[in-house]
Ligand binder design. Structure first.
Ligand SMILES: [Zn+2]
Length: 98
C-alpha cells in the first residue's frame, strides 16, 4: 500500500514548489486532502491550506494557532531543509522570520 495519496498538482504560493502527493503527518493511511485541510510545504516549511480541491493558500495566523502540531511540523521541515547541502550556485535561504 502506498504511503501517500496522489493529488492534483498544486504549487506553494511562497516558493513555487510543486506538490503532487500528500502524506498524513501522523503516519496514518493516505487520504486525499479536502478543502480546509492543512499542509506544510516540503521545500520552505510554509503552513498551507487546501482550497477548491487543488489550490494551496497561506494559513492564517488563527488557523496556525488552532493547530499547534502544524507549527512544529513546519519547524521540523525548515530545520531539515537548512541541514541539506547546498548545490553550487544555489541561493541561500532567507534568515527572515521563522
Ligand atoms: Zn514552499
Amino acid at each position: 500500500m502506498a504511503d501517500h495519496a496522489d493529488i492534483p498538482t498544486s504549487m506553494c504560493p511562497i516558493c513555487g514548489y510543486v506538490m503532487d502527493a500528500a502524506t498524513v503527518a501522523d503516519g496514518g493511511p493516505p487520504v486525499v486532502p479536502k478543502d480546509g485541510d492543512m499542509s506544510v510545504c516540503l521545500k520552505c516549511g510554509t503552513i498551507l491550506i487546501f482550497v477548491d480541491g487543488i489550490h494551496l493558500r497561506l494559513a492564517t495566523p488563527d488557523e496556525v494557532v488552532a493547530c499547534p502540531d502544524a507549527a512544529e511540523v513546519s519547524e521540523q521541515v525548515r530545520r531539515y531543509v537548512r541541514s541539506l547541502p547546498r548545490k553550487p550556485g544555489e541561493r541561500g535561504q532567507s534568515s527572515g522570520r521563522a
